[in-house]
Design a binder for this molecule. Structure first.
Ligand SMILES: NC(=O)c1ccc[n+]([C@@H]2O[C@H](COP(=O)([O-])OP(=O)(O)OC[C@H]3O[C@@H](n4cnc5c(N)ncnc54)[C@H](OP(=O)(O)O)[C@@H]3O)[C@@H](O)[C@H]2O)c1
Length: 220
């Protein structure tokens, strides 16, 4: 997921790719710059350095590693927006299922692990990583957003709108994140059973998918 976000946001933002190993992050940043023909500011650093100056970070880590990564970041995050696309799920050989932690969702768990001034927004769970990384591809998908901080929601809404073409749909407070996280295993099951590659979700209105321009109301 991280590569896709970097590729799609680098035109408008300075991007710092984080890793547990700075060397790996620097290699990833170089790979992104090559794809972008060396346009854009893209850097690599260890996770804690990567987040220290950030206005917004995306937690692109598997759910089972959320607590260890959060522990590494705790002293370095200063009131920034933290985006969680994390989906806690498992596969039992037959189907994917949602496996929320005791906090109720990955986003609420992130909130409990990170400093109180981290402004968590839950988003991008139903966007496929490979579709995201194909930056020339029009995604034509909706993403559902949950959060408690209005400014943070606006920022993530803007970031979604920058990507071709993801429509951000507000769902509710961070407490509602389990609803949107649980869509991913459902989507993966449907995609697998029906042989759909890089499946996404689009909410329709009166029988047709709405366009990004149809969403006029501010979030909230
Ligand atoms: N893949 C998708 O299509 C998709 C779609 C929607 C949402 N998501 C969610 O987005 C998140 C990222 O998914 P992804 O597919 O990008 O994950 P991924 O490629 O499997 O892993 C992302 C990064 O997690 C770090 N990581 C791996 N093992 C770790 C460990 N033991 N401790 C700490 N960090 C570790 C690695 O970074 P370093 O080795 O560089 O530290 C790795 O590059 C997940 O929570 C997933 O549920 C994924």
């Amino acid at each position: 997921m991280g590569m896709g976000f970097a590729l799609r946001w680098a035109a408008n933002h300075e991007i710092v790719i984080g890793s547990r190993k700075a060397d790996k992050a620097i290699e990833s940043a170089y790979a992104v710059k090559q794809i972008l023909d060396h346009e854009g500011d893209v850097w690599g650093a260890d996770n804690s350095s990567a987040v220290s100056e950030a206005d917004a970070i995306v937690l692109c880590v598997p759910h089972e590693h959320l607590s260890s990564v959060a522990a590494d970041l705790t002293g370095c995050i200063k009131g920034c927006v933290v985006i969680s696309p994390i989906v806690p799920m498992s596969y039992n050989g037959k189907f994917f299922r949602y496996c929320p932690p005791s906090e109720g969702s990955a986003a609420l768990q992130a909130k409990s692990l990170l400093p109180a001034d981290a402004r968590i927004v839950s988003a991008f769970h139903t966007i496929s990583a490979s579709a995201l990384a194909a930056r020339e591809v029009e995604l034509r998908a909706d993403t559902f957003l949950c959060g408690d901080d209005q400014q943070a929601l606006e920022l993530v809404r803007g970031l979604a709108l920058e990507m071709r073409s993801i429509r951000p749909l507000m769902v509710g407070p961070l407490e509602a994140s389990s609803l949107i996280e649980s869509l991913t295993p459902m989507l993966l099951n449907a995609a697998r059973k029906n042989k759909i590659k890089d499946a996404g979700i689009s909410v329709v209105s009166e029988g047709k998918a709405a366009q990004i321009g149809d969403i006029k109301a501010p979030c909230g």
